[in-house]
Write a protein that binds this ligand. Structure first.
Ligand code: NAP
Length: 344
């Protein structure tokens, strides 16, 4: 399988490292021989239809850019042209998320689908703003489209949820999908910190960005609930359909009052009859939704059978690379007509 990857940061590099480490197992268990035919970062690309040597590619990036790859480095060409011209079977989109400017990542995905490439995407922004259109484009071009690294990192939240949904009717969803805000709210609850103290600690520990708005204003959670609604529940929507309230306004007094009532405040994403929302809500202290620190939790309310809870770790470079590998193998096996049973 020939692979082209855009974005060679934490996730892109973890992914090619993992593919290289797992090469013997991938061939032995799955008959898969991955070949990295291209890598793109913000300064250029390394392209070789015969395949790039992974240690040389990583060493080139250490020097500043994949474009430093000897004899195969490319500077100044537009990434959409490189994607369209590539002979890759599969394109991995791992550039940064910006919901306000999803244009460049949308163009990359469109270029990949229009030239018949399967896609694994871990960039949430294009999915949040145009999931239905991208799904349509992938179907139209007979390409497979997987994105399991966008929600829950290494925890297979989307595939486990798909499994549940295939055998039951889900009437409502509640979820905690952002580790940074959950860390902050947990500190406010357990250590009686203010929002500002907890945010400063999250930034010190590297959980929160210097500009934490995507997390604390609920945007990241909203992008993930849009992906869940579209990808798992078959409910076409975009981020503009979500009512969003972040956690900046959560005061210590509210957390203390919740505590007195055996409750805690969590940033809850909801899908239900009333639509999609993200807002701070009081949750019973003994609810399985009361996960601590940077954990994620998904609660699926079934028409018959009550509520099912999935709990696991969220983001991380190696975890997200594992999700990409899972998607890649799904695409590989689907291309060979394998059934779920044959795979296990
Ligand atoms: N890290 C996680 O735990 C995690 C988990 C789930 C999903 N994700 C998603 O995965 C994606 C990548 O995350 P990351 O942590 O790997 O980010 P990162 O470390 O900041 O790396 C981003 C990469 O994208 C490249 N890039 C930026 N703009 C580009 C452009 N216009 N064209 C081509 N390449 C461009 C950067 O180039 P330079 O190297 O030249 O700067 C860099 O190589 C994001 O969408 C993120 O939301 C991340």
């Amino acid at each position: 399988m020939k692979i082209l990857v855009a974005g060679f940061g934490v996730v892109g590099r973890s992914t090619v490292r993992l593919l290289e480490e797992q090469r013997p197992m991938l061939y032995r268990k799955h008959g898969l021989s991955p070949v990295i035919v291209g890598a793109i970062d913000s300064k250029g690309a390394a392209i070789s239809p015969a395949g790039l040597d992974v240690p040389t590619l990583l060493a080139a990036k250490e020097k500043g850019s994949v474009a430093e790859y000897p004899a195969h480095g490319v500077k100044g060409e537009k990434d959409v042209d490189l994607i369209a011209a590539s002979e890759a079977d599969l394109f991995i989109e791992a550039t940064p998320t910006t919901v306000k400017t999803p244009g460049p990542s949308m163009e990359r995905l469109k270029a990949a689908f229009r030239t018949g490439k399967h896609v694994v995407c871990v960039n949430k922004a294009p999915l949040a703003v145009a999931f239905p259109a991208l799904q349509e484009l992938s179907r139209h071009n007979d390409c497979r489209f997987r994105y399991s690294g966008t929600v829950g990192g290494g925890t297979p939240v989307l595939s486990l949820a798909e499994e549940v949904v295939s055998g039951a009717e889900v009437v409502a969803v509640r979820a905690i999908l952002n580790g940074t805000t959950n860390f902050i709210l947990t500190k406010m609850d357990k250590e009686a910190w203010t929002f500002d103290q907890a945010l400063a600690e999250a930034q010190k520990l590297g959980y929160a960005e210097a500009d934490p708005s995507a997390d604390v204003d609920g945007i990241d959670t909203a992008t993930k609930i849009v992906i869940l609604a579209n990808g798992v529940l078959g409910r076409p929507c975009v981020i503009g359909d979500v009512k969003i309230e972040g956690i900046r306004g959560v005061k210590k007094e509210r957390v203390d009052a919740a505590k007195k009532n055996n409750q805690t405040v969590k940033l809850i994403a909801r899908i239900g009859a009333a639509g999609l929302s993200v807002k701070p809500e009081e949750v019973a202290a003994d609810s399985p939704l009361n996960v601590g620190g940077s954990l994620n939790c998904l609660a699926l309310e079934l028409k018959t059978g009550g509520e099912i809870f999935l709990v696991g770790r969220g983001a991380g470079g190696p975890e997200t690379a594992t999700a990409i590998m899972r998607d890649l193998l799904d695409i590989w096996h689907a291309g060979h007509g394998d059934t779920e049973t044959q795979r296990h």
